[in-house]
Design a protein around this ligand. Structure first.
Ligand SMILES: [Zn+2]
Length: 272
């Protein structure tokens, strides 16, 4: 699943390539029972410039000149495609926007309810946005302490609930825990203050490093390393690396299952 760094890199890529361009055509496919929120507004984008891009947690927000915003949540397997000219290979996307200069933008592999059109001034009241907690890149130490206080179960849970803190998911939770040298299985309620501080101090640096490295190659189709994008898995220190040696101490990375999710950590660096 794309997490905050991948969504932020995707946003920057869209921003660099498409902001300032005028929409020439919008094609939105509705599937059977699910319809896109505000689908009737899609046609209003024709003739309008893409004015700005934004992010709310793991959601992308595209802002058009006529005050209409397009919200995109890539969920588990969503992808955006950006390309110039003909579509490199035939594909039916949920949403296809053709911009001037033969630039194309598509949203693929998502359900209709994963995108929404609405006036920009009500984006923050849209339920999917409104119910999110503070953004992981800007959360204050006080807000993080508050989120910790409300977390039950293992400490990793504080990163998984978007209502407590928005943007981090399974992979970057493992990476932040490793960077802070905190064992992911420690109960949140019993975490010591110095470890809580270490966790807080590592959130933004871990996410920013992935953003700086361009971690989004998996999610932006037809663009790759030559466009400055990197695979998020090339950056991981522990996540997805079971049985491979820890980059710090050489101990084999361990994988445990909890609540249907895999958690990776170094048993030496992250002693309980
Ligand atoms: Zn280690």
């Amino acid at each position: 699943m794309p997490e905050l760094p991948e969504i932020e890199v995707t946003r920057r890529t869209i921003h660099e390539r498409l902001v300032g361009l005028r929409v020439e055509d919008v094609s939105l496919k509705q599937t059977g029972k699910t319809t896109t929120h505000g689908a009737d507004l899609a046609a209003s984008l024709v003739g309008q410039k893409l004015q700005d891009t934004n992010r709310r947690g793991k959601m992308l927000v595209l802002e058009f000149e006529n005050g209409i915003a397009l919200i995109i949540h890539l969920m588990l397997i969503g992808r955006v495609a950006i390309y110039k000219g003909e579509q490199p290979e035939p594909f039916n996307s949920l949403l296809h926007i053709r911009f001037e200069g033969d630039q194309n933008f598509e949203v693929r592999f998502v359900a209709a309810r994963s995108i929404a059109f609405m006036p920009l001034d009500i984006v923050d009241d849209y339920p999917a946005v409104a119910k999110q907690g503070p953004d992981a890149l800007t959360i204050s130490s006080k807000e993080f302490t508050e989120a910790l206080r409300k977390t039950s179960g293992p400490i990793k849970n504080v990163f998984m609930e978007q209502a407590r803190m928005a943007g981090v998911g399974n992979a970057y939770a493992d990476e932040i825990l490793f960077a802070a040298r905190v064992n992911p299985q420690v109960p949140a309620k019993t975490i010591e203050e110095d470890k809580a501080n270490a966790l807080y101090k590592n959130i933004a640096p871990v996410l920013k490093r992935a953003i700086d490295m361009g971690a989004a190659e998996e999610y932006v189709i037809y663009l790759g390393k030559e466009d400055g994008l990197t695979s998020k898995y090339d950056l991981m220190q522990v996540h997805g690396r079971s049985w491979r040696p820890c980059n710090v101490c050489g101990t084999k990375i361990k994988k445990v299952e909890h609540g249907g999710r895999s958690t990776y950590f170094c048993p030496e660096c992250q002693k309980a």
